[in-house]
Design a protein around this ligand. Structure first.
Ligand SMILES: NC(=O)c1ccc[n+]([C@@H]2O[C@H](COP(=O)([O-])OP(=O)(O)OC[C@H]3O[C@@H](n4cnc5c(N)ncnc54)[C@H](O)[C@@H]3O)[C@@H](O)[C@H]2O)c1
Length: 269
């Protein structure tokens, strides 16, 4: 169903790697709601992924940008505003990767070069994106910027490794930059704390199958899917949520406020 919630709105969507990606589903949903956008991902991901199919489907252009490279981001913002014919109304930051997780390094045995790189990609990149948009004055008033996060920023999930720390930093950036973006440009900045979701990044977490089933059984509404996340993001990009900013918004079927569920109790009875 489409409500034309984003008719006439323009933006940038980071992080669509394949059709499982949360950013992929969001791009499709934004397109359905009448929004136009530029797609972007790291050059290496563009070579490996299937983003051109998404671009064709949504009538979008793809601009490569490594989210850890300031020059790439400045170029992306300049090109996006040119292609789309003016300032932007929405931006989705859907980027994450832990090198320690990838290389099987335990949290108690981190390789700090990996830690720094993972933090640069997963957390500092959000500041870079915000700063590039802010300095170029590229956002329209009442625009909306969203990044994706996970509840390991508040509670410990042992196998989430250093991504937990990266997510805590990311959420803090949304609050800190959200203040200035709100004051100076009337732009909102939020993070969505999403349920575990079967994507390339998600499945990298050790024991992901058990983890995702546990979350599902603990959530009164069940896990939020990537599609659900796309819907929620559209609402945050729309004019219906203009005064929501500097928030970490749980989108998890109620998981974050559930102590225990009947299903989980029964497993131990
Ligand atoms: N899947 C989950 O369980 C889950 C849960 C909560 C939050 N999230 C978050 O959602 C976001 C999207 O992840 P996803 O689950 O859709 O997985 P995904 O693997 O499809 O997306 C991650 C994206 O990050 C991109 N990326 C990596 N390095 C980059 C760089 N240097 N520059 C630009 N882009 C780069 C990848 O190319 C990829 O497109 C991430 O922030 C992730 O942490 C995921």
């Amino acid at each position: 169903m489409s409500y034309n919630l984003l008719k006439g709105k323009k933006g940038i969507i980071f992080g669509a790697l394949d059709e499982n990606s949360i950013a992929w589903k969001t791009a499709e949903r934004v397109h359905q709601e009448g929004g136009t956008f530029v797609l972007t991902n790291a050059p290496v991901a563009l070579r490996m992924g299937q983003i051109n199919a998404l671009a064709e489907k949504t009538g979008s252009q793809v601009i490569p940008a490594d989210a850890t490279n300031q020059e790439d981001l400045e170029n992306l913002v300049a090109q996006a505003t040119e292609i789309l014919g003016g300032k932007l109304d929405f931006v989705l930051h859907s980027i994450g990767m832990s090198i320690n997780v990838r290389k099987g390094k335990h949290y108690t045995d981190e390789n700090y070069a990996f830690t720094a790189k993972g933090w640069d990609i997963s957390a500092l990149s959000f500041h870079r994106v915000l700063q590039s948009l802010y300095k170029a004055d590229a956002m329209n008033e009442w625009g909306s910027i969203v990044a994706l996060t996970y509840m390991a920023a508040q509670r410990t999930f042992p196998d989430y490794n250093d991504m937990a720390d990266n997510k805590a930093y990311l959420e803090s950036i949304a609050r800190s930059f959200g203040y200035f973006f709100g004051k100076e440009k009337k732009v909102r900045v939020n993070t969505i704390s999403q349920s575990p979701t079967a994507t390339t990044a998600g499945s990298g977490v050790k024991g992901f199958d058990g983890f995702i089933s546990y979350a599902d059984q603990m959530s009164p509404l069940g896990n939020a899917t990537a599609q659900d996340c796309a819907d929620y993001t559209v609402s945050l990009f729309s004019d219906l949520t203009k005064k929501v900013t500097m928030q970490n918004l749980f989108h998890d079927g109620g998981f974050s406020n559930t102590g225990v569920s009947q299903e989980v109790i029964e497993k131990f009875s």
